[in-house]
Design a protein around this ligand. Sequence first.
Ligand SMILES: *Cc1c(COP(=O)(O)O)cnc(C)c1O
Length: 382
Amino acid sequence: MSSRIPIADLGREYQDLKPEIDAAVVRVLASGQYVGGPEVEALEREFAEFCGTPHAVAVGSGTDALRFALTAAGVGSQDEVVTSPMTFIATTEAISQAGGRPVFADVDSASYTLDPALVERALTPRTRAIVPVHLYGQTADMDPILELAKRRGVAVVEDACQAHGAAYKGRLAGSMGAVSAFSFYPTKNLGACGEAGMVTTARSEIAARVRRLRDHGQSEKYRHVEEGYNGRLDALQAAILRVKLGHLAAWNERRRTLAARYRAGLAAIAAPAGPGPLRGPGIILPTEMPWARHAYHLFTVRVADRDRVRQALSERGIDTGLHYPVPLHLQPAYASMGMGVGSFPRAEAASREVLTLPMYPGMTDAQVDRVCDALRGIPGMR
Ligand SMILES: *Cc1c(COP(=O)(O)O)cnc(C)c1O
């Protein structure tokens, strides 16, 4: 009897790095410096180098990173910010909490990232920023979005919370927009043992503003030039993240290898991707877009009879996830926007069919094969 396959396995990641992580934790505990300080500054330097950006500012979470990035990019009262309905609610919470108003544009049906042509139609004179979400570890189609933003004088704020180490035409996620946000939530490709996040930018005035926002708006001790937040990163998380950052490139490569194995193992039941809902049997594999180096944060497929397939996998000892079962415009929190079913048909079709398969660097080839065998064996799959 083989054990269950989880969708991620964080305990195992710790076991693999135990000596290094334990040493880092003890070093911080003995240092007496627990919030900010040299570990946090070192992580900022190392992560900036990893992303190829001049500045990185560590904050308390990915949501903090988005909120501070948006404010520093100039989003304020009633400014419209165009983003995808196919994301985690943190993206739009940050827009609202920065004072702005989320405006949705539908996604491309192959990449599930913002369709640049639909972004253009969503722009108004009130638009202040565009937030492309690099979903599942794949960047949005950035060149047309950056070109459009430049032409219309709006800022691009990347939501790179799922895309550590992903690239677009050779440029790394987090290095293309005016400013970008990363999450180090434990399940992300680079995850802390708690909450953590990072803002990256090439612009020193944006970096300085984010440093101020994360620390109660202080420009120097007890001089508060604006109200800010308690959004600092603690040294324990920084020290742990520094250990893990050293493994991130290799982990991402392993994810890509696992993705290739899934593709081979599922080729016999693969259905062509197309707009609208999936008709007929089979499974739509993730599309690696021509521009992308996919970091496979999630390996999310589509199946027509999603809940039945999910149940069948569970009975065979395989956990799966839903990213995301309800697009944001249909969430109760946004009922007042008045956007019903049919507003963003591609995101809606995808949300009914998406199914996230197990994917983590410590996953074995044999485990991938077990998932593929189980899927191929489900009645009605071919
Ligand atoms: C995880 C995530 C966030 C939020 O990050 P937290 O660290 O959990 O606050 C924001 N956007 C996306 C797309 C995410 O996946």
